[in-house]
Each structure stands twice: as structure tokens, then as C-alpha cells.
Design a protein around this ligand. Structure first.
Ligand code: FES
Length: 167
């Protein structure tokens, strides 16, 4: 037989459940009014035209408040079949410029062809692979799509999906 205590908890639970269900409904209703327009979603994409880049040049751009390093490899830089973004005959390293140790922004040193992290001495090669110090893994590759000579950051194109599948 249920005690008054257990009945009270049951009522409490039942009321809580109704309130939770009501909450879900109102969240769904609110989400409908909050859903961003397609143009707002497109704001998550950043398009970069790579055609003007020189061999060996590094560009840093911002995408979703993160630094993105785009390095056009020159002939002295080793190619990396798994990580290079190939556009035409050129190979590019496209990585999120945040150290995979604790998130500092590494600086590129062209004379050594290394991205060096000043925080704890981590180093990454020109393909963004960790080669020294505490970083546990390579610099991350952001989702991208190739559109002619343009790089569209934020969209998962075929090249990106293939790269991730092989990683
Ligand atoms: S944050 Fe880069 S080495 Fe620690």
C-alpha cells in the first residue's frame, strides 16, 4: 500500500513529468520561430580565392572565430597525400590554427618550415603534423569544399569527406 510520502513523491514526479513535457512543447514552438533563415546559415561559410597565392605563402583567415592557416606549398615542401588540399597542380595545407595541446595559436617560421607554439614548445610541420613537444595530434582540418579555385570553409565537400575517411 502506498504511504502518503510515496504518494507525494509520485505526485511530484507526475507533475514534474507534465511540466517537462510542457517544456518540450514550448521549446519546439520556440525553435520554430528561432530557426535561422538560410542566409543566416550561409554566414557560417567563408570563401577564399586561392588563385592569387604564391608558392610558399601563408595566409591566415578567420572562420567561425577561429584562425585558419592556408599554406600554399612550394617545391621544397614535402607533399602529404592524406592531408594536402589539391587545387589544380598546387597543394595547400588548410588547418585550424589552434595548437592541439592547449589551444594556443602557433606561429609559422618559414626558415624552418615549422608552425611553432610558444606556449609549451610544440611544433608542427608544413602539413600540420605534430613533430615535436606535447601536442598529441596534428592540427585539425576544417570542413571545406573546393569550388574551382575557391576554397569554401564550413561545407563538407567530397575532398574533405575522403580526407576524413582516410585519416
Ligand atoms: S598549447 Fe601548444 S604546446 Fe601547449
Amino acid at each position: 500500500m502506498a504511504t502518503s510520502e510515496s504518494r507525494r513523491s509520485f505526485m511530484g514526479f507526475a507533475f514534474g513529468s507534465v511540466a517537462a513535457v510542457g517544456g518540450v512543447f514550448s521549446l519546439v514552438a520556440m525553435k520554430k520561430t528561432w530557426d535561422p533563415l538560410p542566409s543566416v546559415k550561409a554566414a557560417g561559410f567563408t570563401t577564399v580565392d586561392l588563385s592569387g597565392m604564391q608558392a610558399g605563402e601563408l595566409r591566415t583567415i578567420e572562420w567561425r572565430k577561429k584562425p585558419i592557416f592556408i599554406l600554399k606549398k612550394d617545391e621544397s615542401m614535402p607533399r602529404d597525400e592524406k592531408r594536402d588540399v589539391v587545387v589544380g597542380n598546387a597543394a595547400y595545407t588548410v588547418v585550424i590554427g589552434l595548437c592541439t595541446h592547449l589551444g594556443c595559436i602557433p606561429a609559422y617560421t618559414p626558415s624552418e618550415q615549422l608552425f611553432k607554439c610558444a606556449c609549451h614548445g610544440g611544433e608542427f610541420d608544413v602539413s600540420g603534423k605534430n613533430v615535436f613537444g606535447p601536442p598529441p595530434k596534428p592540427l585539425e582540418i576544417p570542413p571545406f569544399k573546393i569550388d574551382g579555385t575557391k576554397l569554401v570553409l564550413g561545407e563538407e565537400g567530397l575532398e574533405y569527406k575522403k580526407m576524413i575517411a582516410e585519416a
